[in-house]
Ligand binder design. Structure first.
Ligand code: EPU
Length: 337
């Protein structure tokens, strides 16, 4: 382990934005991590996982700590279930594929989500009717304050839609070092009701899907809709889908009777932000090296050398326009740094 200086963060963020880290260190075990966190000469630290949920808008004068803790371990199992612990630096999608190979069910719908295992609980990643919290047992995290390791069970994490305690009360106070999951080994509970999955399975001519089939269907849907960050820089959904009251929804329907929605409770509905942004005319719009993806208006993209500040400016223009047209605020899902 050694501290490097003036390192480009371009390879470390899926948006592919150029920004310089004044100090940078990659840690591959807990004792290195503790050692680095104890350094007094760099009081300001930025924790970097898979870099898939951030927009870098400037150079970083802090010490950037790349959490590269690897390893997957089976903690316990019986005929029906298995408890698996994955360390924070494991790539999320490779972990999903490892589960598919072992026939461990639970996260097949979360195939191809960019990022690492360690950051998955922070925003309770979710897709196609499944969220991380559905298989989550606990996570270990190191306190930046006293360097002790704490265990957070599911209720302590207070998971919500793209939300957890690590985005609220405990924001920037912990580094997640590992996550423990409970997966099924047989009689898998399949989630195929999310519209596009059912139709994708039909196209694949599969009527009795396995978890591996579902993973393949999700990969195919994501590949057709979402840009591959290795080719076109992006951070997945840039915005969260806004949750509005039934009353606000009724007002929206008066002007836009075709507005889609997902039910949240008897008081609230969620509106796909992608629809609002498309309706506002931004889908597929390109401004030089950045723009809005042509197949999914929720995704802002970097075609090459875009600056983070350009993308931030575009996101603000989108928020302002959506608010002006629909009176609905949409909130960024990615962390702006
Ligand atoms: N829509 C449009 N235009 C668009 C995009 C979407 O009109 O350009 C409308 C359509 O009505 C469509 C509906 O939005 O039927 C839903 O679209 P989609 O199924 O693509 O889902 P989403 O609500 O746009 C969410 C997640 C995605 C996740 C998908 C599938 C958020 C912010 N995004 O998107 O997550 O993959 O559902 O479950 O909740 C991510 O977080 O990075 C991400 C990609």
């Amino acid at each position: 382990m050694h501290i490097q200086h003036d390192i480009s963060l371009k390879p470390y963020n899926t948006f592919g934005i150029e920004a310089i880290a004044k100090h940078f260190v990659s840690v591959s075990n807990i004792s290195e991590l503790k050692e680095v966190l104890a350094f007094n000469e760099y009081p300001d630290k930025l924790i970097l996982g898979g870099g898939s949920n951030m927009l870098l808008t400037k150079n970083q004068n802090k010490l950037v700590i790349h959490v590269n803790l690897k390893g997957i371990e089976i903690l316990s199992e019986n005929d029906d279930f298995v408890h698996v612990k994955a360390n924070a630096g494991e790539n999320w999608h490779e972990f999903v594929l490892w589960c598919m190979k072992n026939n461990f069910g639970g996260i097949e719908n979360l195939s191809l989500i960019p990022g690492n295992v360690g950051t998955s609980p922070i925003q309770n990643i979710g897709a196609y009717g499944v969220e991380l919290k559905d298989t989550f047992i606990s996570c270990s995290a190191i306190s930046l304050e006293n360097l002790s390791i704490y265990n957070f069970d599911k209720s302590a994490c207070n998971f919500g839609y793209r939300d957890s305690i690590f985005k609220k009360q405990e924001k920037d106070k912990f580094i997640i070092t590992s996550v423990t999951f409970k997966f099924s080994k047989r009689n898998h509970k399949l989630h195929v009701n999310y519209g596009t999955i059912a139709s994708e399975l039909e196209i694949m001519n599969i009527s009795n899907p396995t978890i591996q089939d579902i993973s393949k269907a999700v990969i195919s849907i994501r590949e057709s809709k979402l840009p591959n960050p290795k080719i076109i820089g992006n951070s997945g959904s840039f915005f969260k889908n806004p949750v509005i009251s039934i009353h606000e929804f009724e007002n929206l329907l008066q002007n836009f009777p075709e507005a889609p929605s997902y039910s949240v409770s008897d008081k609230e509905v969620k509106i796909p932000a992608g629809w609002l942004i498309e309706k506002a005319g931004f889908k597929g719009k390109r401004f030089g090296d950045y723009g809005v993806h042509k197949n999914q208006a929720l995704v802002l993209v970097n075609y090459g050398e875009a600056k983070g500040s350009d993308i931030l400016k575009l996101s603000k223009l989108i928020q302002k326009t959506v608010f002006r047209l629909f009176n609905i605020s949409i909130e960024a899902e990615v962390n702006i740094l």
